[in-house]
Design a protein around this ligand. Structure first.
Ligand code: 5GP
Length: 187
């Protein structure tokens, strides 16, 4: 199998995690790339499971040692990045490697790995529909929803630079489209 680095980016509320778990059910095999971050663990998060948790100093040392394929400082002292060692570890397993990272990180993975990387952007049917979905979750404040919506518009402006753009209007259709993209890339 011609294994690939599959990079998913999607604004929050676009159903990315649902699509990923549906792909698993359909037998698509992949390993998740675990990112490093200098933010503190939340809730039950464990080192080496959700993230490799580093201090800002440890993160900066690894930047200086050129250990990252890509990284972003999202807020001051809050870094997120993909370790070269992690990608190499997973590639040795002979399976697709899945990335759940932001749009800039995705484009940097492409720059580094070229055709080995397949970038998939999951789009909401429209900003209005995304707003409706975020409101119907009923879990977040209006202020946070507005933040997510403007972040979504920012992220969507990068979508033309992705290899594929899949609109998640109907979940079944979106899963099938992503399934076909991966099957074709693995040929
Ligand atoms: P959270 O703090 O909620 O776990 O993640 C915040 C954001 O960081 C998410 O949008 C996620 O896509 C992004 N992120 C997670 N890992 C990486 C990474 O390795 N590189 C980059 N560039 N972004 C990441």
């Amino acid at each position: 199998m011609n294994t690939k680095l599959i990079v998913f980016s999607a604004p929050s509320g676009c159903g990315k995690s649902t699509i990923i778990s549906e792909l698993r059910k359909r037998g698509v095999s992949f390993a998740f790339s675990i990112s490093a971050t200098s933010r503190k663990p939340r809730g039950e998060e464990k080192d080496g499971v959700e993230y490799y948790f580093l201090t800002p100093e440890q993160f900066r040392t690894k930047i200086a040692e050129n250990c990252f394929v890509e990284y972003e400082e999202v807020y001051k002292d809050q870094f997120y990045g993909t370790l070269k060692s992690e990608v190499e570890r997973l590639l040795r397993q002979g399976t697709n490697v899945l990335f759940d990272i932001d749009v800039k990180g995705a484009l940097n993975i492409k720059r580094f790995y070229g055709d080995k990387a397949v970038l998939i952007f999951i789009m909401p049917p429209s900003v209005e529909e995304l707003s409706r979905r975020l409101h119907s979750r009923g879990t977040e404040s209006e202020e946070l929803i507005q933040k997510r919506l403007s972040r979504a518009e920012f992220e969507m402006s990068f979508s033309p630079q992705f290899d594929h753009c899949v609109v998640n209007d109907n979940l079944e259709d979106a899963v099938s489209k992503v399934y076909d993209i991966i099957a074709e890339a693995n040929k």
